[in-house]
Design a protein around this ligand. Sequence first.
Ligand code: FAD
Length: 413
Amino acid sequence: MYDVIIIGGGAGGCSVAASLLNRRKNLNIAIIEPSEEHYYQPAWTLVGNGLWNIKDTMRPMRMAIPTRVEWLKSYVTTFEPQNNAVVLADGSRVEYEMLVVAPGLELHWEGIEGLVDTIGQNNVVSNYHKDLAPNTWEVVNRFTEGTALFTQPAMPIKCAGAPQKAMYLSCSYWEQQKSLPNINVEFLTKTPGLFGVADYVPPLMKYIERYNVNLGFQTNLVSVDGPAKKAWFDVTDGEGKTTRVEKAFDMMHVTPPQRSPQFIRESPLADEAGWVDVNMHTLQHNKFANVFSLGDACSAPNAKTAAAVRKQAPVVAENLLAVVDGKTQQAMYEGYGSCPLTVERGKVIMAEFGYGGKLMPTLPLDSTKPRRLNWFLKHEMVPHIYWDWMLLGKERLTRIRREEKGLEGMAAE
Ligand code: FAD
């Protein structure tokens, strides 16, 4: 029996454990996590462009989990929220007073026919996996002419900007190498627009024009034949009619479809779409009062990013302890997420926004402008903020909104 059980030792699980212990030292907390390795995934975009080494994105899990937390090296298969228990892979049951669910999301590689057989070969690459991101760079580095496709599936995905970041950085490298005029670049996305927050679209369109990228909206990758270098897309027109289109490629960067993990989708904790069903402001479960969730697995409609986790972790820690103490939950998450859009090697548009696309810049600067300063932040500062602040529960640059009357106060607004 633990005071708090946390499912997942990723960005969300480790940050919230540290934030809880900073508030209440004597809590008896366990993290259930099967992996020996903890990855800083935001740097995989840079790995895919030869600008970071994949080894530098990993630390042993033991170093990421706070020392005062017990690590149960297993994975959860089933929830028993009525009994305040979870079942582990070996069939054992673990009981809790409070539960935090943070297992991330599932990359659904099988959702595209033929992809599993060819990913990492035949110039079909992806930054979305630690074993694949280094191969993106190998292919981009030796690519000098032909057709390069970059795909993006339906939302939500983690880091919605990452599919186009892979494209901009590749184009920037080819521009430096003077090979860009010989390369036909296409960005093919299931979404109806380039980016979900309107203010960032005009500056991104300047780069689309500069790199001479052909855009295909409502264009969804459904099948690939790696050896034949052919891919098939379902293209939906303005009247909603969908046609299957074949495209030849010489290289293709694929962002896989993404969904809630199966053990969440099939659990009593899931909402209709399969995500952990939480209140978007308090991050408390809508049915089970002693359950909270954060990170990619939760249903809050924010951009699924580690940056979002940075603001969510203190909200969960504070509200969870309020429930334990029988007090009103006052900490309110406003949907903050951030996507450093690496539009060229050396410049970044630091997209930071909350619910409803409201811009929420950390620095008092126009966040729609590409800047060298932001490149420094992405490359040097943000990893430091992740490892040395977030995972240690140091909540700097993480001012959160508090409502004395809790959700009642939000509703009155
Ligand atoms: P994760 O960090 O993925 O951790 C989930 C953990 O849960 C894992 O350790 C896993 O082993 C564990 N787990 C899974 N199933 C179980 C189970 N059944 N039982 C117990 N444990 C389980 N974010 C940004 O802020 N900025 C960026 O620029 C950015 N770029 C990105 C680029 C790429 C290519 C990718 C892939 C991601 C990027 N992200 C970025 C997103 C960011 O990495 C994620 O949003 C963040 O890691 C989510 O944290 P999480 O804790 O929810 O999930």
